[in-house]
Design a protein around this ligand. Structure first.
Ligand SMILES: C[S@@+](CC[C@H](N)C(=O)[O-])C[C@H]1O[C@@H](n2cnc3c(N)ncnc32)[C@H](O)[C@@H]1O
Length: 252
């Protein structure tokens, strides 16, 4: 089913989403956190579902995404091409609506969050707080990441307010996190030199090669000379770092 309104823009993930499920492998620790928040829900909507990461096992989740490239990677039977801002469901159609690492892609996050509240009695949103510090060291090489994220990410407080959330749980990123989003490789810096890993992160994928490639050359040189390891020695024995990722839960 396709309920997206026609427009000039192709879904961003139709351009950058190829190969997503190969590199963005759901992490079991985050899966457990999200699964706990969804416990008891039977009719679940996944908005910005992509390849279906973090959906509870054994339940046929309804998946919504504007990108056909992403929906093609979703294994479930109920896949609907639509946007968060205009969900094609009746009020209260679901026990819970989940939205994982997607709110920062929505054109109108407030409208999308209101839609989650309209169609489900519980909302489970995994997102990132752009005001959080520390930020990943990667910005020393690519300050453009910070600017892009500031421009597109809704402040956490606004998401909490819009949902009238009762719970906000921090999720420090483990050093061996399996889902290759931008911060995942904080203790594995050489991973960012792999173009396939970079392409799986929307921030990288939206920056031009003329910006990314010289930055990666600088990172490679600092890794080769040992400068990166000297500068970031304090990270090397840490198990997890809080980079501002949060699970926001609202409703019941
Ligand atoms: C980083 S991916 C996350 C996918 C999945 N939730 C996960 O955790 O792997 C972001 C997803 O949001 C989708 N998206 C972009 N704009 C959207 C919108 N307005 N409404 C719903 N989903 C959107 C993209 O197509 C993409 O599949």
């Amino acid at each position: 089913m396709d309920t997206t309104t026609p427009g000039p823009t192709r879904a961003v993930y139709d351009r950058i989403g190829t190969g997503y499920s190969r590199v963005r492998r759901p992490d079991p620790r985050l899966h457990a956190l999200i699964g706990g928040a969804l416990e008891g829900a039977r009719r679940i909507l996944n908005v910005g579902a992509g390849a279906g990461s973090y959906e509870p096992e054994g339940i046929d989740v309804t998946a919504v995404d504007p990108s056909e490239v992403m929906l093609d990677q979703h294994p479930g039977p109920a896949r609907i091409k639509a946007r968060a801002e205009r969900l094609p469901f009746t009020d209260g159609a679901f026990d819970a609506a989940m939205a994982v690492l997607t709110v920062h892609h929505w054109t109108d996050p407030h409208r999308g969050l209101a839609e989650l509240r309209r169609v489900a009695r519980k909302q489970v949103v995994f997102t990132w707080d752009p005001a959080h510090r520390p930020r990943l060291w990667l910005e020393e090489y690519l300050p453009e990441i910070g600017a892009l994220d500031e421009a597109r990410c809704t402040p956490l407080a606004e998401i909490v307010d819009a949902l009238d959330a009762h719970t906000v749980l921090p999720f420090p990123i483990p050093h061996d996190f399996t889902d290759a989003f931008q911060t995942a490789h904080w203790r594995r810096p050489e991973s960012y030199l792999d173009p396939a890993i970079r392409l799986a992160s929307s921030t990288f994928a939206q920056l031009p090669p003329s910006v990314v490639e010289p930055a990666m050359d600088r990172l490679r040189a600092d890794l080769d000379s040992g400068l990166w390891h000297r500068r970031h020695a304090g990270l090397l024995d840490r198990e997890a770092v809080d980079y501002g990722y949060r699970l926001v839960v609202a409703g019941a």
